[in-house]
Design a protein around this ligand. Structure first.
Ligand code: HEM
Length: 171
């Protein structure tokens, strides 16, 4: 029974983790740089994306799911928290770096990136309803913070996924 639970948790963790990383990279490497090149049309692109797609719902689901499944797996598959089953001591070390980066990405996502993404989504809708200078200023302020914190989250996720995907077969 425990074996089945581990298989399910592992599948959930890897599937959601890959989506979380992929969504983050889509925003950081594709959408935001394109928006930067497109000027005013780029701001419209980001307004439509953050304001009207399910991105703002998908990110909390995939990040909470990945982190929760990862923490449960860690508790079930480690001895004294630092010795993971099926990993060498080098693998354990790399996994610890990955887990710290993943937990930091999650915390930073909740405290900053998610917050500014929501602020940008709300400002996008407010600007559509009333395209005033004041709403444009709020929109641009939220975008500046979202650009910065989205990049920070993205780099932390990159460290987490590189460590987690490379640790298993390290000698
Ligand atoms: C951006 C965040 C994360 C991503 C993309 C990610 C991705 C992955 C991937 C792809 C694997 C499979 C590696 C393999 O079996 O060779 C894995 C394994 C694992 N991850 Fe994560 N992970 C993340 C965060 C976390 C966090 C925060 C924790 C817990 C604190 C965690 C705990 C684990 C554990 C325990 C395993 C090994 C499961 C086993 O024993 O087979 N992960 N992760």
């Amino acid at each position: 029974m425990e074996d089945v639970l581990i298989v399910v948790l592992r599948a959930v963790h890897i599937l959601l983790g890959t989506l979380w990383f992929g969504f983050g990279m889509l925003a950081m490497l594709i959408l935001h740089p394109a928006a930067e090149r497109m000027g005013e049309r780029g701001l419209t692109l980001l307004r439509l994306f953050y304001g009207y797609t399910r991105f703002g719902i998908a990110m909390p689901i995939v990040s909470i799911g990945t982190t929760l499944a990862g923490v449960i797996l860690w508790l079930m598959r480690s001895d004294g928290l630092t010795d993971l089953v099926a990993f060498t001591s080098t693998g354990d070390l790399v996994m610890i770096v990955g887990a710290v980066a993943g937990l930091a990405a999650f915390g930073h996502g909740v405290a900053a990136t998610g917050k500014y993404s929501e602020a940008f989504a709300k400002a996008s809708i407010a600007y559509d309803e009333n395209p005033s200078d004041e709403n444009m200023t709020a929109l641009k302020a939220a975008k500046t913070k979202l650009d910065l914190h989205g990049r920070i989250s993205g780099w932390m996720m990159l460290v987490a996924i590189v460590c987690m995907t490379s640790a298993r077969y390290l000698a």
